[in-house]
Design a protein. Structure first.
Length: 343
């Protein structure tokens, strides 16, 4: 047994769990560095439009997606860079294509036509990137319905923020998922704010998962500080969705360290509040745990390679041609007879 800084006794990690934690740490750090680089490029005027960063929330998408099979689906909000990268396994290729999309380049993951809020990667079954708060919740139920209808074993993960919960579309999506027993897991990334509005001003019942009984879906609620815990708890819900067709409503407590978007200085929060949450940073916690398990040296080359990959992704975006105006009407409507999952 080892002792953590909080003086809690921590069970030693097995070799397998250490390897898993190292991979999850790699993905979380890669996503953070990609987003930091995109913030820099935005400030330099190289990225336009909206840019919502998930810095501080990486453990949710990385932990949750680690519980999936590659054939499972993910649907997310406009704060979805990390989800898209994690769904593709955190490769250099996806980082390049996400960065190129933010730069509005033809090589981008949506050919530069979508930008930050509309990443889409059908190959890896990442089905967007949606800007309408709560609007994608019924879409995720529809994807899960399609899997069940076709007799396919795939599960859909639907990520949304606390601001989606009071929306009508959230209610409709959860109602149908519970009624039709769809293989879907709804994950509320409760980052305490909807833009500048704190949770207590939007939700009369602050425990999001209390709503689950109204929809006859299972529920779970936990903190996002420990990425391994996120992975393990979501894995239970994914298994339940796959084998029993019981949906789950999950709430993960997390925090974004920056403003809502690049134009938000976040002055509605105190420095003390942000600093308190930074001590719970899942990347920091994972790193401390890995240092205790395998030593700092084992992480140095990993971190250097992440830095190099991020530089390569930015370089790729800068060198790529701009989005092609001839493509502007592509992918607006489905073509009759085509399967949008294979476009
Ligand atoms: C239907 C709708 N209403 C309002 C907006 C404007 N809006 C964009 S983000 C946002 C806050 C959403 O907060 P939350 O769901 O908690 O997600 P977070 O940004 O915290 O990740 C709002 C109100 C929108 N995009 N869609
Ligand atoms: Mg929120």
């Amino acid at each position: 047994m080892e002792t953590t800084e909080a003086n809690q006794v921590e069970a030693p990690l097995s070799e397998e769990r250490t390897a898993l934690l190292k991979e999850l740490y790699r993905q979380m750090l890669l996503i953070r560095r990609i987003e930091e680089a995109s913030a820099k490029a935005y400030a330099q005027g190289k990225i336009g439009g909206f840019l919502h960063l998930g810095i501080g929330q990486e453990s949710v998408c990385v932990g949750a997606i680690a519980a999936l099979r590659p054939t499972d689906y993910v649907v997310a909000t406009y704060r979805e860079h990390g989800h898209c990268i994690a769904k593709a396994g955190g490769t250099l290729d996806v980082c390049k294509r996400v960065m190129a999309e933010l730069f509005g380049r033809d090589t981008g993951i949506s050919h530069g036509l979508g930008g930050s809020m509309h990443l889409f990667d059908s190959k890896h079954r990442f089905l967007g990137g949606y800007g309408i708060v709560g609007g994608h919740v019924p879409l995720a139920a529809g994807v899960a319905f399609a899997s069940k209808y076709r007799g396919e074993p795939d599960v859909t993960l639907c990520f949304f923020g606390d601001g989606s919960v009071p929306q009508g579309a959230f209610h409709e999506g959860l109602t149908l998922a519970g009624l039709w027993k769809l293989p879907v897991v709804f994950i509320c990334e409760n980052n305490q704010y909807a833009m500048g509005t704190p949770l207590y001003r939007t939700l009369a019942v602050p425990d999001v998962t209390e709503r689950a009984s109204g929809y006859a879906v299972a529920r779970d609620r936990f903190q996002g500080d420990d990425v391994l815990q996120v992975r393990d708890r979501i894995a239970v819900a994914v298994e339940r969705a796959r084998t029993e067709h019981i949906p789950t409503l999950i709430e993960v407590e997390t925090y974004r360290f920056r403003g809502h978007s690049m134009s938000d200085p976040g002055t509605y929060r105190t420095k003390e509040e942000i600093e308190t949450w930074k001590k719970r940073d899942a990347i920091l916690i994972a790193r401390q745990r890995l240092v205790r398990a395998i030593g700092e040296d084992a992480l140095v080359s990993l971190e250097a390679s992440i830095k190099a990959q991020v530089q390569e992704a930015v370089h790729f975006a800068e060198q790529s041609p701009p989005a092609d105006p001839a493509r502007i009407w592509d992918h607006i409507y489905a073509q009759p007879g085509t399967d949008p999952r294979r476009m």
